[in-house]
Design a protein around this ligand. Structure first.
Ligand code: UD1
Length: 376
């Protein structure tokens, strides 16, 4: 039986792998092995996502944990080499752009195991972002490049990637969103937080460029405090951000503003319940830019650029940078009812996992499903 290994490591990976895993199980005779590198290890950053998304427990858990980029990537590579040699997969499938993704890409390529990259072709064109380096390297090595949007195809073609390797399959993360929305809607998240539908904003921050520098983080918190002077702001705080806020003595931003509400990182369903009814979202996350576009909720991206331009061109996203005045002005506009409107992009339709499963079957020469991915 042909074998596919899936790699997950950090929070944004789980919602991408779940629909692929489910579709492969339903539509193909492929054997699947799920490997968790352990890049994220807190219950709230990892375990809760498995139950929320119906992802089976990992077959292998590497327990890598935190470290510098080199340490985290190198440790993951050493462990994955051992596991790949033991299991001898026919295909390794990686998603997204985290350190676990690039580590798996390097190891599988050097062992001459075919590599599929889901969410290929996204580019911020900023090498200061560690994820951009991970994307470029992974795409360079991948045999199958599965793209979420047509702009990603264009980026890959510009970089000289063979068009035969590029497959536009749509946004697999939106599969998870659509499959979970009904369950999320039934949770009493708003009630428990005392919030009215569309009567609050949500904020998330975790990019090193935003949270590691006290001046940038202080400016962002002041802009968010302005939003909180108009409407409650729920702020699920990433562990990196929590640490930085404490180290930089910025806790007072919360103490002064009862409307600015820090909470622990949330599970997938809880967070979806919160975001889907928000009036406005302020974030530096990549995934949330896409989820807000799918949900039709206005989003302000607190970064200078996005690797997901389709969320701006077609969706509800506005890239507003990190200047507090600019953020305040954009937030005021959105709260006054002039938030960006948009439409849902092509193939963000809940069937990307099925397209990927069918593509993997064809690639490995096993029984084919009926969904076709579009070639570049
Ligand atoms: C990683 C990804 C980023 C992704 C983000 C989502 C890379 C280069 N970055 O960034 O693309 O958007 O995950 O969260 O792979 N920590 C905990 N508990 C955890 C995980 C992390 O306390 O479960 C702490 C670590 O000790 C570290 C910090 O959070 O201090 C950052 O973790 P790390 O995995 O290095 O990167 P992220 O910032 O989470």
């Amino acid at each position: 039986m042909k074998k596919v290994i899936h790699i997950v490591g950090a929070r944004p990976n789980f919602m991408k792998v779940a629909p692929i895993h489910r579709a492969i199980a339903a539509r193909t005779p492929l054997q699947q092995i799920l490997i968790h590198t352990g890049q994220h290890y807190d219950v709230k950053m990892s375990d809760v996502f498995f139950s929320d998304l119906g992802l089976p427990a990992p077959d292998v858990h590497l327990g890598i944990g935190s470290g510098s980029h080199a340490q985290q990537t190198a440790k993951t590579m050493i462990e994955l080499e051992r596991v790949f040699l033991e299991h001898k997969p026919d295909l390794v499938s990686v998603v997204g752009d985290v350190n676990s993704t690039v580590a798996a890409a390097l190891v599988s390529s050097k062992l001459a195991i075919p590599l599929a990259h889901v969410e290929a072709g996204l580019r911020s064109n900023s090498r200061h972002q560690p994820e951009e380096i991970n994307r470029v390297v992974t795409d360079r090595l991948a045999d199958l490049l599965l793209t979420p949007s047509r702009d990603a195809d264009v980026n890959l073609l510009k970089e000289g990637v063979d068009p035969e390797r590029i497959h536009f399959v749509g946004n697999v993360m939106i599969d998870s969103l659509l499959a979970s929305k009904e369950r999320a809607d039934q949770l009493p998240v708003l009630k428990n937080l005392g919030l009215a539908p569309h009567g609050y904003a949500v904020c998330t921050l975790h990019r090193p460029s935003n949270v590691d520098d006290p001046r940038v983080l202080g400016g962002l918190l002041s802009a968010i405090a302005h939003v909180a002077s108009r409407i409650p702001v729920v702020f699920p705080v990433h562990p990196r951000t929590r640490k930085m806020i404490a180290e930089q003595g910025l806790n007072s931003a919360f103490e002064r503003n009862p409307n600015l509400r820090p909470v622990d990182p949330m599970g997938y369903l809880e967070f979806l319940a919160l975001t889907s009814q928000a009036r406005l979202i302020l974030t530096d996350s990549g995934g949330l830019q896409e989820e807000t576009t799918a949900l039709g909720v206005p989003c302000l991206t607190l970064r200078e650029q996005t690797e997901r331009p389709i969320t701006v061109e077609e969706g509800t996203n506005e890239v507003v940078g990190t200047d507090p005045d600019r953020i305040r002005e954009a937030a005021d506009r959105a709260l006054n009812g002039q938030g960006k409107k948009g439409r849902v992009p092509e193939y963000w339709d809940g069937r990307s996992g099925e397209r990927i499963a069918d593509l993997f079957s064809r690639f490995l020469g096993v029984e084919q499903g009926s969904f076709q991915a579009a070639s570049a």
